[in-house]
Design a protein. Structure first.
Length: 280
């Protein structure tokens, strides 16, 4: 495995800047989720907000990806391409935003969340809330001296205990001066296995949780990933830095996500509050 970068306090200043822009943009997107909205309009909003802050969207042009964010609806696991698709009542949509600030050598901040469009079904509520909690239980495992396998095992135990499955084909990743860096962060696994975590390591945790089987397939566009059984899927993501006491969530949000965290059935734990997100 390639070596994992340990960030200095100065490097983390750049990471926080990029991560906070990504987080603020995601909050603003939540206010725009509604039936009748197109995924293309969300993409253009993200483009404009990002550019207005002197930054750019990391996804645009990345390995040929054609848009400024990923919008993944219902049975789309990840990498959905924004376009003419109109959000309809009952949909769920994951919006994945990565912001790149060219200042201080340039850093990428990566986060995503799943939103409800209108009134969701009970199945939609279940998969979104299990995915939300899966991210929380994964983050709770992070501290210097722990192992990567501890994160995946905790997520897998929780999600499967809820009758859902964990996608194996796509994982979290290191992020910093490059969009994707070591280490890879599986959301399944065995406790006590994998890389030992060190203070200063920065990576994403982004479990993709399916209501049915975990297997996936890629559409002919080469990007859009679907559940093979077309079951609903949901995802939440934060960028974190390992600390001696636990971790700091670099993409912590200053406000709750509308149409996601503000619904009465949301399973919100300590990570839902801005104070809880950073008190690690």
């Amino acid at each position: 495995m390639a070596s994992v970068e340990i960030m200095t306090p100065r490097m983390l200043e750049g990471m926080r800047e990029a991560c906070q822009l990504a987080a603020e943009t995601l909050v603003a997107v939540g206010e725009r989720i509604a039936p009748g909205v197109t995924t293309s309009s969300l993409d253009l909003f993200i483009r404009d907000m990002t550019m207005s802050r002197g930054a750019r969207c990391s996804t645009l042009g990345y390995k040929g990806f054609p848009k400024h964010c990923c919008t993944s609806l219902n049975e789309v696991v990840c990498h959905g391409i924004p376009g003419a698709r109109v959000l309809t009542d009952g949909d769920i949509i994951n919006v994945d935003i990565t912001s790149f600030y060219p200042s201080q050598n340039g850093y990428h901040g990566d986060n995503s969340a799943t939103f409800y469009v209108g009134e969701p079904s009970e199945d939609a509520k279940k998969i979104v809330e299990v995915a939300r909690q899966s991210l929380e239980v994964g983050i709770e495992q992070v501290r210097a001296g722990a192992r990567l396998g501890d994160i995946g095992a905790a997520i897998q135990e929780y999600a499967e205990g809820e009758g859902c499955s964990v996608v194996r084909d796509y994982v979290g990743h290191g992020v910093g001066r490059n969009f994707h860096m070591p280490p890879q962060v599986p959301h399944y696994g065995r406790r006590g296995s994998g890389l030992r975590l060190r203070s200063g390591m920065v990576f994403t945790i982004e479990p993709m949780i399916n209501l049915g089987a975990w297997q996936t397939e890629v559409m002919a566009d080469g990007w859009t990933v679907l559940t093979t059984d077309r079951s609903l899927t949901a995802q939440f993501e934060h960028t974190i830095v390992v600390t001696d006491k636990g971790c700091e969530v670099l993409t912590a949000r200053s406000a709750p996500l509308k149409h996601s965290e503000d619904v009465p059935w949301a399973r919100l734990g300590p990570l839902a509050s801005p104070a809880g997100l950073n008190a690690r």
